[in-house]
Design a protein around this ligand. Sequence first.
Ligand code: PEP
Ligand code: MG
Length: 550
Amino acid sequence: MAVISGVGVSSGRAVGPVVRMPDPVAEPAAGATPAADVEAEGARIAAAAEQVRADLERRASTAHGDGAAVLEATALMAADPALVTAAQKKLSDATSAARAVWDAAAEVQAMLESLGGYMAERARDVADVRDRIVAVLDGRPAPGVPERETPFVLVAHDLAPADTATLDPATCLALVTEGGGPTSHTAILARALGLPAVVAARGILDVAEDAVVLVDGGAGTVEPDPPADVVAQVQAAAAREWTFDGTGRTSDGHRVQLLANVGDPKGAEAAADTGAEGVGLFRTEFCFLDRAEEPTVDEQTEQYTAVLAPFAGKKVVVRTLDAGADKPLPFLTDTSEANPALGVRGYRTAWEHPEVLDHQLEAIARAAEASGADVWVMAPMISTPGEAADFVARAGTFGLATAGVMVEVPALALTADALMARVAFASLGTNDLTQYAMAADRLLGELAELSDGWQPAVLRLVHLTAEAGLQADRPVGVCGEAAADPALAVVLVGLGVTSLSMTARAIPEVAATLLSVTRDECVRLAELALSAPDARSARAAVHAELPPLA
Ligand code: PEP
Ligand code: MG
């Protein structure tokens, strides 16, 4: 079978047998297969629920952290007799066991939802238990990531957050999806777990279960039946663990700060544990999501302090609220906009609601004081140097002296020289910069080829911005997903960026890759990428010159 090309979204190589994610459980046909023997079918439902409960409890006992908590909550739901009893009652309506469970689950879900709050959140667990019971009744594999004792490559159409809560990186070697894009959930999860991943791999679903494949997350390829010598090489490299000594640099000592992207206190602690030099992007949205109203300044101060505390004495770049588009907020966003990605999002929400930004700046200043972190502050979705100047002035009134902006709108990159005179620093948000430069919705899997940080057009915008920063002596970092790709990180350094911020797990391999090249080599590789005709060729040209780490 020929090599399958997709988009590599998390670097690294792995070899293993394909395990397919089972198809989602479909709604059983209404009224089909009347229960021949109501009592026997009722017992079958009870036995299936018991099997599901026992299975979940067994898995919870060996899982860790969030995964164990998810499994325990679902096992508790499976042990609750309400669903089984309601389903058994439905059997007298001459309905199949699977249909009875489905209808009973809908009633239990509606009841929980009507109670609101915590109980409403449990409605999702009911759906999970329902699917598992229906799968047992129909003799099909349980939904979710299959359980295996031996390592495998997980292949799926696409992965949702709930599918992957229990994904164990000890057995799952790599992720390959037919759908998804570089900023899809699969991509973000793969980078967080440090697993090689290829998305938008058309044809991967035709590869047979158990067929051995080589996944190259850097090159974006999946090779069925790879040669034995390559398999041996990949397995030897996989056994090696990268470590980071806390100082990002090239082999000839050119300094590049390696920072973490964090989104909540737990993430900040984990990032500090991996030895990140600081935080290059603190996404503050966690404090606002699922809220009907703006949180108070006190509340925000407390939450930000918890994120800043593990980085006392170190740099933390706090981004003000990026509401709108893929992160809508009920009290700020107008959901009727026809084009939310081009609408009132990010800093633009402060035109109508400056008080929300002011409250946030006040809380950030207080949290900086309380935590002792070296706090820098930046605004997202800035389009002009004038807007940047307004933001910097506003931050200054709260005593936040190191203020800058994200460069994620091409217009701002094109005016970077005028921008640098007005800010203390800039940070390139390559996820949005790519979306806007390529006119390609970052959430659309079909556009993955275009939504790629390796696109030479995006690299030119990065170059313009970094050059302007060097001229004006202003630090210019990258905090989009591009920074987590080791080969692309080398290119970004060659283009002149001074820091890279990424999911903490990616730092050790990026650090090792930078240490394998000189600054001049970074510049040469950047030139290769800049002159390529598209992302695929840019990636291939750089990979050909930058052999995988031994
Ligand atoms: C970006 O756009 O690159 C970025 C870092 O911000 P977000 O992904 O939160 O939009
Ligand atoms: Mg962005």
